[in-house]
Design a protein around this ligand. Structure first.
Ligand SMILES: *Cc1c(COP(=O)(O)O)cnc(C)c1O
Length: 374
């Protein structure tokens, strides 16, 4: 077998994730391994919990990182909160709402689907009507920041609507955490999950989650066992919770957690508001630059995500050739369109460490040169 060490090129990642990682975070990951029940490691896990509480703006005790990617965070929320027969309103306006529906069905829950067009936010009116029609709904599930389209939905208003109707909420914050305002306690979110590799700019493979007291209560009152042993939060609690003695549940991804600790520390040092502002600012610079190149953003300004920009591809442009040339000649990755935007739009990510002037400048210069040659 002719195989040698894998040495990837240094790329600039401006797609839908994973995002660029700060050298400081990559360095943290290469520090010496210690045991995952070592008191020093346990102490670091407690710090991660405190830093996550800050990032989520919550005092929820049940706040930690699932040892698996964002999709596992999604599954964690669904399998713990839903029991067979529970009605759940699932809002679909892109890829990840669809994935939520898959999860709800596999839990044996009864999904009530509220659909909106790709590229538009979740409609409050439609959700309100769904609650009227199904007043015994247990959970409302929606995506805060739809990465497949670059659309933000009004999480605060949706959670208020759920509360008014006596329902819990499951919120997908994989792309929103760190990039746009998100306030778990103030907005009354019950179960939320995110991902390490989007605006937190950490290595992929971890999913921060947080459960409110109401969510923990629903979990404790379950009549049936959680169908997934690994994601059953009643079992994981003993591992991450400070009150109980730390006991073995699974082997934590030790070095990936060093990286998460470092990236959350960087977010804390910068400050959440400052991070939100930086994303908004770089988005404006990008949007202005794209306009100069004659490229338009497709999502209405009222619900645009700064960290994920849906760019209309001009008539007659070979979009795949452009992306290949960006990758091969400029080491720059941008994302392709999905669903009804496949071949019609690019997705340019400005997530976390990638939301910097030098990235925006590189992206605009490279696009300009490549499109001129096309
Ligand atoms: C990326 C993403 C996910 C899935 O995260 P993975 O880490 O790829 O499993 C879920 N929801 C949204 C909105 C995402 O952007």
């Amino acid at each position: 077998m002719d195989v040698s060490s894998f040495n990837p090129p240094r790329r600039t990642l401006m797609g839908p994730g994973p995002s660029d990682i700060s050298p400081q975070v990559l360095q943290a990951q290469s520090r010496p391994i210690i045991g995952h029940l070592d008191p020093l490691f346990v102490n670091m896990m407690d710090e991660i919990k405190a830093l996550l509480q800050y990032a989520f703006q919550t005092t929820n005790q049940h706040t930690f990182a699932v040892s698996a990617p964002g999709s596992a965070g999604m599954e964690t929320c669904f399998v713990n909160l839903l029991e067979p027969g529970d009605k759940v309103i699932v809002c679909i306006n892109g890829v990840f709402g669809q994935r939520m529906l898959e999860n709800a069905e596999r839990c044996g829950a009864v999904p009530i689907v509220v659909e909106d067009n790709w590229g538009e936010p979740v409609s409050l009116t439609k959700v309100s009507k769904a609650f009227e029609q199904y007043p015994d709904t247990k959970v409302l599930a929606f995506v805060h920041a739809e990465t497949s389209t670059g659309v933000a939905s009004d999480a605060q208003a949706l959670c208020a609507l759920a509360k008014k109707n006596g329902s819990l909420t499951i919120v997908d914050a994989v792309t929103s955490l760190g990039g746009i305002p998100l306030k778990v306690d103030e907005w009354g979110i019950d179960a939320i999950y995110s991902g390490s590799q989007k605006c937190l700019s950490c290595v992929p493979g971890l999913s921060p989650v947080s459960f409110s007291q109401a969510a923990v209560d629903k979990l404790k009152q379950r009549k049936t066992k959680v169908q997934s042993w690994f994601l059953d939060q009643t079992l994981v609690m003993g591992y991450w919770s400070g009150e109980q003695k730390r006991s073995y549940h699974h082997t934590a991804p030790v070095t990936a957690l060093y990286a998460l600790h470092e990236s959350l520390l960087m977010l804390h040092k910068e400050g959440l508001e400052a991070s939100w502002q930086r994303h908004a600012q770089q988005h404006t610079v990008l949007a202005e630059g794209l306009a100069r190149l004659g490229l338009d953003l497709m999502v209405d300004e009222s619900c645009r995500l700064p960290q994920l920009n849906l760019v209309a591809i001009p008539e007659g442009v070979d979009e795949q050739a452009i992306r290949s040339r960006l990758l091969n000649d400029y080491n720059l990755e941008i994302g392709a369109g999905l669903g009804k935007f496949a071949g019609k739009a690019w997705r340019i990510g400005l997530m976390g460490y990638a939301a910097r002037q030098e990235n925006v400048s590189l992206c605009l210069a490279a696009l300009s040169e490549v499109m001129a040659k096309d």
